[in-house]
Structures are given as structure tokens and as C-alpha cells.
Design a protein around this ligand. Structure first.
Ligand SMILES: Cc1ncc(COP(=O)(O)O)c(C=O)c1O
Length: 397
């Protein structure tokens, strides 16, 4: 533990790094001339019938608490969705609805990890995994995802990350991946399954970007033979339906773990907002064509940004097949020295007025990479790429 910096805050809090992304996004928001390719949220809003339905429900008095496990009608609809779309056979009793999938991940870790135990996390990976584990006094062990392996998790990399197998009980995977955009194919998932069985790991499968797959198909880890029993799957309305502010996500898994989550949910937020659960029900029950249209529009942006970055000297961009991020490797020098990801992002913000996120926000193996989100209007992405190209001409690589 580091020295405590204030008598008012805990050592636990003072140990956590402040997210650079928050600082960058604040700067980007405050200056109107900056184009931000930083955010991790979609730029579209839910289809009008969804928001109309939510507004109507508010008028009808859906302003009370909901059950900690989530409203039964919604869980019934989710069980159908999970069976049909994800090939995960769960009953409504094996699902809990939470304030976004973020809360579900935290609750699942609280229910599976004891202090001093280790959790294997992808690196580069979603920036909340490590703090969540550390807030629970667990230890986060990074699994290196390599660009030359298409940022897929390999069985070998998982084994290498295990420091003490008797203290390692949980493995987090994320496909489609943030920040890499990698989508895990069946071969990768089967390799993960083999290691999960060998080391008797509970797998937390974060599938928040399940709808944003541009090549091939999204495969849920729990749908693999024999994996349902050891897997907790996390899904969300935030990205799929453009509803991040509604705060609705859900976790499915064994009845035992879902009951454990339901037991502690009253001590975090108690329930996902009741009106938001109604909106989620409307999103699931309504037509899905509008989501498909958005995904195909995101695909156009994806192709454009990847091509543009690869045409600019100093960038090498792996082709992401999912989510809404491009995660290029950078090679630029300043004052004769190679720039770090953070130095480059700060430089770009100042010189090109374009905000992106340093790869190190996503773990130590993210050094040498930056993340550009393409969940932004096409015209803005075009202008951002022009600005980046013009600015980096002044740098050596
Ligand atoms: C990989 C991943 N998982 C989970 C989340 C949490 O999303 P939410 O809590 O809105 O469902 C995010 C948000 O950015 C994410 O990128």
C-alpha cells in the first residue's frame, strides 16, 4: 500500500489510479474546437417508441423500487433472448438485472473472489476490470493480448498469467473487445474452455458489444459444450440499444451465483431503475431493424477509420471485427525519443485538437497503442483523420 494522502480517504481509494480518459474527455467537452474520438458510448439515441414507452411508464407511476433481481417480465423476455440469440439456456431465475453490466461485473466479482485471490484479466482490456478486483482486495493478473495474434486470448497466455493456481479462481474474457475490437472465434473460445476446465476457473464473459460484430458471428462463451455451469455472461442495453444513461444490464449464470448477486444487490444500488427496466422491455419487444441499420453504419465508419489510419505514416491499425474502436500501434518520435502512448495523445490533443485514449489506460500491454472510437458522426471522423494526418507530418517516426 502507498502512503495515505489524506486522512479523509481510504488507502484503497488512494491506491486507485485516476482514469486519464476522464481528464481527456473533460478537456474535449470543454473546448468546442476539439473532435473527441475518446468516448466509449454510442452516439445514437434509442428508437422513439422506446423513449415514448418509458415516458408513458413514468406518467403511470413506475417510479418505485423494483425487486433486487430485476422485474420478472423483463427477466422472462431476457431468458427468451438469451436462448434465441446467444444459445444460452437459462431460466428467468438464472438472470439478474443490474445498473448496467458494469454493476453486474462488480457484484459477480464480489460473489466469487475472496481477499487475496487472483482474477485473470485481459490486457489491454476494459479499464474497469482491475479497479473492480482491487476494490475487493483481490489481485488482478494481466493476460497479454498480442497484436500479432489478432488480440485473441491464447491458452498459453492464460497459463502464463497464473501466478498461483490455488488462489486463482476467476477469468474475465471480453469479446467483442474493448479497446482492441477483436472478436473471439470458436477456436479461441474452445482454447479458453480447455484452460478453464484444467484450472477449474469461473469465467466471467463480458459481451457488452455483442451486437457490434461486422465479420462472422458473435459466439457466447456459455453456449459452448459444458461451459454454462462455470460461466457468468454479461450483456447490456447500453451499447446495443444506445441506452447507456438508462443503466440496464444483466448477468446470467448458475442459480447459486445469481442468488448470491441478488443477495448483495440491495447493498449497492438495490435495483436498476424501474422505468429503465420498462424501457429495456420495450427495446427487446420492438422491431430490431433500426439496430441493424446502425451497426451497418458503424461498419462504414470502421472501414473508413482503419483505412485512413493505415494510410498515415506512423500508424499501423489491426482490423477490428467488432465493438466500435480502432486500436492502432503508433511509432512517433519527439526530441529523438519514441513517444509513449500518453505523450502522443497529449500532443495530438494540443496540435490536432483530436482526442483519443492512450493504450496504457487499458493496461501495461497497451503501451505503444492508442484507441480511437468511431461512435461519432462520419463527417467528424473524416475531419479528425485529416487533422491527424496534417499534424503527424511534423513528427518523425
Ligand atoms: C467491455 C465493457 N464492458 C462493460 C461496460 C459497461 O457498460 P454498461 O455498464 O453501460 O453496461 C463497458 C462500458 O464501456 C465496456 O466497454
Amino acid at each position: 500500500m502507498k502512503r495515505k494522502i489524506s486522512r479523509f480517504v481510504s488507502e484503497r481509494e488512494s491506491e486507485l489510479p485516476g482514469a486519464m480518459i476522464v481528464k481527456l474527455l473533460k478537456i474535449a467537452e470543454e473546448s468546442k474546437d476539439i473532435i473527441s474520438l475518446g468516448p466509449g458510448e454510442p452516439d445514437f439515441v434509442p428508437d422513439k417508441p422506446i423513449t415514448d414507452f418509458a415516458a408513458q411508464k413514468l406518467k403511470e407511476g413506475f417510479t418505485h423500487y423494483s425487486p433486487a433481481q430485476g422485474r420478472l417480465e423483463l427477466r422472462e423476455a431476457l431468458a427468451k433472448k438469451l436462448k434465441k440469440e446467444n444459445k444460452i439456456n437459462v431460466e428467468p431465475g438464472e438472470i439478474a438485472v443490474t445498473c448496467g453490466s458494469q454493476e453486474a461485473i462488480f457484484l459477480a466479482l464480489a460473489c466469487t473472489v475472496d481477499p487475496g485471490e487472483s482474477v485473470l484479466i485481459p490486457d489491454p482490456g476494459f479499464l474497469a476490470y482491475r479497479p473492480c478486483v482491487e476494490l475487493l482486495n483481490g489481485s488482478a493478473e494481466p493476460i497479454e493480448l498480442k497484436e500479432e495474434e489478432g488480440f485473441q486470448i491464447t491458452g498459453e497466455a492464460i497459463k502464463k498469467a497464473i501466478v498461483n493456481s490455488s488462489r486463482t479462481k476467476v477469468l474475465i474474457i471480453n469479446s467483442p473487445g474493448n479497446p482492441t475490437g477483436a472478436v473471439f472465434g470458436r477456436k479461441t473460445l474452445e482454447e479458453i474452455a480447455d484452460v478453464a476446465v484444467e484450472y477449474d476457473l469461473t469465467v466471467l464473459s463480458d459481451e457488452a458489444y455483442e451486437k457490434f460484430v461486422y465479420k462472422g458471428k458473435h459466439i457466447s462463451f456459455a453456449s459452448l459444450n459444458g461451459m454454462k455451469e462455470r460461466t457468468m455472461s454479461f450483456h447490456s442495453f447500453s451499447k446495443s440499444y444506445g441506452m447507456p444513461g438508462f443503466r440496464v444490464g444483466y448477468v446470467s449464470g448458475s442459480r447459486e451465483l445469481i442468488e448470491a448477486i441478488t443477495k448483495i444487490h440491495p447493498y449497492t444500488t438495490l435495483c436498476s431503475p424501474t422505468v429503465s427496466q420498462e424501457a429495456a422491455l420495450a427495446a427487446l419487444g420492438g422491431p430490431q431493424k433500426w439496430v441493424e441499420k446502425i451497426v451497418s453504419d458503424y461498419d462504414r465508419r470502421r472501414k473508413f477509420i482503419v483505412k485512413s489510419l493505415n494510410e498515415i505514416r506512423g500508424f499501423h491499425c489491426f482490423e477490428p471485427e467488432g465493438a466500435f474502436y480502432a486500436f492502432p500501434r503508433i511509432d512517433f518520435k519527439s526530441g529523438g525519443k519514441k513517444m509513449t502512448s500518453l505523450q502522443f495523445c497529449e500532443w495530438l490533443l494540443k496540435e490536432a485538437k483530436v482526442a483519443c485514449v492512450p493504450g496504457t489506460e487499458f493496461g501495461k500491454f497497451g503501451e505503444g497503442f492508442v484507441r480511437f472510437s468511431y461512435a461519432t458522426a462520419f463527417g467528424k471522423i473524416e475531419e479528425a483523420m485529416e487533422r491527424v494526418e496534417k499534424a503527424v507530418k511534423r513528427l518523425k517516426s
